[in-house]
Structures are given as structure tokens and as C-alpha cells.
Write a protein of this length. Structure first.
Length: 289
């Protein structure tokens, strides 16, 4: 817009007295009312579409547990007839290790990039905000220095693809986490006394084989106890019969006295076995219960 010419002092005084407007005043007011014209902005250059084929194309999935390094692969395929330079960037460089993180892909070939996640304390309620970007550019002829290629590359020649990270836990680990979460509640409920608790011996752990052996020993002792009871009953009957014979005056043969003594001598270890069986049964019942 042209700048209007300024009026003289005489024309300014006449304009104030109400005679005629000073020369150029209308132009000045018209210029003030006219809208300003802004220069048109140049159109932005459309970015090139990614030439590489990414597998996976959108998400990088990491499967736990995350107590050790977890690795996932990213495949970059070059379907073009030119060499393509690539480099991998991330928003969390301290949490990942990428091999290779840059290079050149020949036409029709595929490069596998290993993305390694470092161990960390996984929280299932926390969503991952980590992202990766694969940036590419056509390799110039006779490329040698990769840093120079990226330094000299124009913004409109760059291509990029973005991927987000997803953390997953196996089903078994999720079940174990649920069980661990339910353990405190179960322990709390178990700690509430419902009645008079029987005292139990602590730190007693028996294997199945030991329990089985003890059960067999208990059965054997019970069988012997039954036998000893029968022998004891028979000895009692023999003793009564001998007493009756002595009171009636009938002579008792020496063989009968000898057999009675032998039976009496045999009864003593039998009673010891019975007593041992009772003690073993008592301790066995205490361990099992």
C-alpha cells in the first residue's frame, strides 16, 4: 500500500475551521480503513512415504517376565531398486539396546534388528509410553560415511515410521500374580482363631515314603499285639488250670513246669514288644495328626 502525502500547515488550519479537508486526508483515512494484505505462505513439501516394509508394522511386543533381558525382532525389508540407509531411534534410550541401530539395506534384501529391553520392575497397571522410530533415506551413490549422509540429508528426503512398545505377561505369570495377591487375605483369615486350637509340633516334615513305612510298621505291630494278646490269654488259662490241679492234689509233671516257665519267659519279651508298639503308635498318631 502506498503512503499518502502529508497536508501543509495552512490546509490543516482551514480543515480545523470547517472549510475543506486537507489535501490527502481522504487518502489517509482510506488507507487506514483498508485491510492489510499478508504475503501468501509457500506450500509445505509433502513428506515421502516410508519405502521400507516393517514387520511388525505398528507395535513392538515384549513378553515377560521382565526380570531378565527380553528381546524382540524388527524386520526391515527394502522392496525398492535403490539402497536405503536406516537408523533406529527411541524415546527411552537407557531402557533399550538395539543391534544394529543403523546401516544400509540393499535392494530386495531384509535386515533383522534386535531390540533388547533391559530388566525392570513390571507394573501391570502402568501403560508403556515408549516409542521407536525407524528413519530412512535413499543412499547416495558411493556412500561411505553414514554420519555425513544423515548430516547432509534434506528434511524433505527423510522417511520415518513410528512404533509403540507393548509389554505382555504370560498367562501362567498372571495366575501366579493373582495367587500371590490372594495369599495375604488367606493368611489373615487363617490367623483368626475359630476355637481352641490343638498344639502341634513345629518343624515336622515327613515324606510320603516315611509315612508309608510308619504305617506298615504300625500294621505289623498291631498284628503282633493281637498275637501277644492271644498268647497271654492262653498263658492265663494254663496258669488257672495248673493252680486247680495243684489244689486238687494231682501231681504235675516236670514237663508242665518246664513249659510254664518257658511260656513265662517268652511272655516277658512279648510284653516289651506290646509296650513298644503302644509308644510307636502314640508317636505316629502325633506326627500324622
Amino acid at each position: 500500500v502506498d503512503v499518502p502525502q502529508c497536508p501543509s500547515e495552512a490546509e490543516e488550519r482551514e480543515w480545523r475551521k470547517g472549510k475543506k479537508p486537507p489535501r490527502g486526508s481522504n487518502k489517509r483515512h482510506q488507507a487506514a480503513k483498508s485491510p492489510s494484505v499478508t504475503a501468501p505462505t509457500p506450500p509445505t513439501m509433502a513428506r515421502l512415504e516410508q519405502v521400507l516394509i516393517l514387520d511388525p508394522p505398528v507395535e513392538l511386543k515384549f513378553k515377560g517376565p521382565f526380570t531378565d533381558v527380553v528381546t524382540t525382532n524388527l524386520k526391515l525389508k527394502n522392496p525398492a531398486d535403490k539402497k536405503v540407509c536406516f537408523k533406529v531411534k527411541t524415546t527411552a534410550p537407557r531402557r533399550y539396546c538395539v543391534r544394529p541401530n543403523s546401516g544400509i539395506i540393499d535392494p530386495g534384501t531384509t535386515v533383522t534388528v534386535s531390540v533388547m529391553l533391559q530388566p525392570f520392575d513390571y507394573d501391570p497397571n502402568e501403560k508403556s509410553k515408549h516409542k521407536f522410530m525407524v528413519q530412512t533415506v535413499y543412499a547416495p551413490p558411493g556412500v561411505g560415511d553414514m554420519e555425513a549422509v544423515w548430516k547432509d540429508a534434506k528434511p524433505e528426503d527423510l522417511m520415518d515410521s513410528k512404533l509403540r512398545c507393548v509389554f505382555e505377561l504370560p498367562v501362567d505369570n498372571e495366575k501366579s500374580n493373582d495367587l500371590e495377591a490372594s495369599k495375604p487375605a488367606a493368611i489373615t483369615n487363617a490367623s483368626k482363631p475359630e476355637g481352641p486350637a490343638m498344639p502341634k509340633s513345629a518343624s515336622v516334615s515327613l515324606d510320603d515314603t516315611e509315612v508309608r513305612k510308619l504305617m506298615e510298621e504300625c500294621k505289623r505291630l498291631q498284628v503282633e499285639l493281637v498275637k501277644m494278646t492271644d498268647e497271654n490269654r492262653q498263658l492265663r488259662d494254663d496258669g488257672l488250670r495248673l493252680r486247680k490241679a495243684a489244689q486238687s492234689g494231682n501231681p504235675v509233671s516236670s514237663t508242665s513246669h518246664v513249659s510254664l516257665r518257658e511260656n513265662g519267659s517268652n511272655a516277658l519279651p512279648s510284653l516289651l514288644v506290646v509296650i513298644a508298639a503302644i509308644f510307636i503308635g502314640f508317636f505316629l498318631g502325633k506326627f500324622i495328626l
